[in-house]
Design a protein around this ligand. Structure first.
Ligand code: PMP
Length: 388
């Protein structure tokens, strides 16, 4: 063993930075059981309440009976089932792109896209608050990695104009995972097109939730969806879709390039086809159950109204990610702990995941939360604020 590992872990613990897993004994959504106690939870990404839907469970079981439990090979060898294929076609149609490609996870999708499309002679331009998987992808690609301050398109434009890179790739979260705010997508795309850059948009938190029928952030403007051959769209399937996996949708040439050279696509076992089967059902529910998005929106409005009088402020966000800005890590951890004692789970997010002195409680809302769940959280926070 490396002799300094114990010391490193001890220091982490002393600084209050030791991450700990919770062991759940129940479905992992708005209500969970842990150590024999029931909790009301605001930590899951099951934004539409689909993860425990009986139709998805039934589809997964049918998929298991038809295809078995595992894919048993990678997509290019022997693991690409008709369920995967039908799902890819449905996702392309749903998001309005010529083709789509499934990846095992969003992390792997971002790694695959970036490393397949850019290398040493190229440059990547990234929002500073992007998800870790986009940052890791950029580092792995060996392209020049240039970051711009959050949403600062003037700075991005300067960086793009002074770059002589062969290919320019701009990468951005569509909904920022720790802030909940939405990137200025149309403006971002206009800057990319002006500088012949491609835009990789990570819509992990927008797909299923935002836009007409939940088609995602590109469909946010009511009339015309944002579309361009310069966009590469990535979304995950383990959040609003309630299952697991991710996909990339783009022009046919981009998708074919990924099939030929994205290493995190080629060199890994395909996701179990039973999950693709469940996702085909999930996509139908995402499309048809508008009431889920309505219930989610009402919960967002309800929470924001109920927390107005707190000494801590919610960051501006119209998405299910509602961060309550606390500041000091120790205080955020303490509030999270007090909530837990009251039977409510809300994670405290600390640096380095977020910038220094911006520790926060990251409240994730779901259509599956009942109105009284949201009010219960608000009341508990008010009590804690009075004691602080
Ligand atoms: N991008 C963003 C913005 C995310 O929040 C996440 C998951 N937290 C990912 C990518 C990775 O997705 P997955 O969990 O499917 O690997």
């Amino acid at each position: 063993m490396f002799p300094d590992l114990s010391e490193q872990l001890r220091q982490r613990e002393q600084q209050g930075l030791l991450r700990q897993r919770k062991i759940l004994e129940s479905p992992q959504s708005t209500h969970v059981t842990m150590d024999g106690r029931d909790y009301l939870a605001f930590c899951s990404n099951d934004y539409l309440g689909l993860a425990n839907h009986l139709d998805l469970i039934e589809s997964a079981s049918k998929g298991a009976r038809r295809y078995g439990v595992g894919a048993s090979a990678s997509h290019l060898i022997n693991g690409h089932s008709s369920a995967h294929h039908v799902l890819e076609e449905a996702l392309a149609e749903f998001t309005g792109f010529p083709r789509a490609l499934l990846f095992s996870t969003g992390y792997m999708a971002n790694i695959g896209v970036v490393t397949a499309l850019v290398g040493r002679e190229d440059a990547i331009f990234a929002d500073k608050l992007n998800h870790a998987s986009l940052n890791d992808a950029a580092l792995l690609s060996r392209a020049e990695f240039i970051r711009y301050p959050h949403d600062d398109l003037a700075r991005l434009e300067q960086q793009l104009s002074s770059s002589n890179a062969r290919r320019k790739l701009v990468i951005s979260d569509a909904v920022f995972s720790m802030e909940g705010d939405i990137a200025p997508i149309s403006e971002l795309l206009a800057v990319c097109e002006k500088h012949q850059a491609m835009l990789l948009l990570d819509d992990a938190h927008g797909f299923g939730v935002l836009g007409r029928q939940g088609r995602g952030s590109l469909f946010l403007p009511d009339c015309t969806p944002i579309h361009s051959p310069n966009i590469i769209y990535m979304a995950t399937l383990g959040k609003a879709a309630g299952v697991f996996g991710a996909f990339v949708a783009a022009q046919a040439e981009v998708i074919e390039t990924l099939i030929q050279s994205a290493r995190s696509y080629i060199y890994t076992t395909a996701t179990p086809p039973l999950l693709a089967q469940a996702l085909i059902t999930s996509l139908k529910l995402i499309q048809q159950d508008e009431w889920r998005r309505d219930a989610l929106t009402q919960n967002i409005v309800r929470l924001r109204e109920a927390l107005q009088s707190l000494p801590w402020k919610l960051l501006p966000s119209s998405t299910p990610i509602q961060p309550l800005l606390i500041g000091e890590s120790a205080v955020a951890v303490c509030i999270s702990q007090r909530l837990r004692e009251r039977g409510i789970l809300v994670p405290a997010i600390r640096p380095p995941t977020v910038p220094p002195n911006t520790a926060r409680l990251r409240i994730s809302l779901s259509a599956a939360h009942q109105p009284h769940d949201v009010l219960c959280l608000a009341e508990a926070l008010q009590e804690i604020a009075l004691q602080a």
